[in-house]
Design a protein around this ligand. Structure first.
Ligand code: AMP
Length: 213
């Protein structure tokens, strides 16, 4: 099963993608995670991507598309995969469709729908562990000890791209560049809308119902 997670940054795509990856035993491929890993390792790609990410913009397609096309060609993707954060532009979607021309396009683009106000509230409260990757929210999913990761004891941080001004910029980039993909996949008859304001479990069940229905 080839799945795309659509939705604004902070809509919960990553969380749902992880849950779907466990349920269907297919890899979760997050372009944001790949870029962040490259930044941490100090690679050339990481250095180039960081400036765009910190400013709330998109990393250029020429640094993004081949990376994903290569990744989905790996052996662990033969039974499918979940793309989280890709495609993000119509050009990326077209390139993906071209790459999948022989094997068949994706099965479903799941649009996790959350209004902007809720996104801003969620993202400004988000904290992540730079060491193990665990994700928290100062109100909804607080750490047991303030500021300290429950899982590994490292100090949790706010991602530079979760700062309020950057969040606003990321939302406007989303509306301009990524939202048109909803219509693109609707046109292919492969899009499903899910109300992302529900509980994590309810969102998950709604997505599974779409995929299995
Ligand atoms: P995410 O973790 O998916 O919110 O991604 C974090 C940041 O990585 C985004 O704000 C972009 O700067 C960059 N990024 C992730 N995926 C893509 C993509 N498909 N195209 C361009 N930039 C991306």
């Amino acid at each position: 099963m080839k799945i795309i997670m659509l939705g604004a940054p902070g809509a919960g795509k990553g969380t749902q993608a992880k849950m779907l990856s466990d349920k269907f035993s297919i890899p979760h491929i997050s372009t944001g995670d790949i870029f962040r890993a490259n930044i941490k390792e100090g690679t050339e790609l990481g250095k180039k991507a960081k400036a765009y990410m910190d400013a709330g913009g998109l990393v250029p397609d020429e640094l993004t598309v081949d990376l994903v096309i290569d990744r989905i060609g790996k052996d662990d993707c033969v039974n499918g995969y979940i793309l989280d954060g890709f495609p993000r532009t119509l050009n990326q979607a077209h390139k993906l469709s071209e790459a999948l021309a022989e094997s068949g396009d994706i099965d479903c683009a799941v649009n996790v729908d959350v209004p902007d106000e809720a996104i801003i509230e969620r993202m400004s409260g988000r904290r992540v562990c730079p060491s193990c990757g665990a994700s928290y929210h100062i109100v909804n999913i607080p750490t047991k000890v303030e500021g300290i990761c429950d899982r590994c004891g490292a100090e949790v941080i706010q991602r530079a791209d979760d700062l309020p001004e950057t969040v606003k910029k990321r939302l406007s980039v989303y509306h301009e560049q990524t939202q048109p993909l909803i219509d693109y996949y609707k046109g292919l008859g492969r899009e499903a809308d899910v109300d992302g304001t529900q509980s994590m479990q309810a969102v998950f069940e709604a997505i599974v119902a779409c995929l299995e229905g």
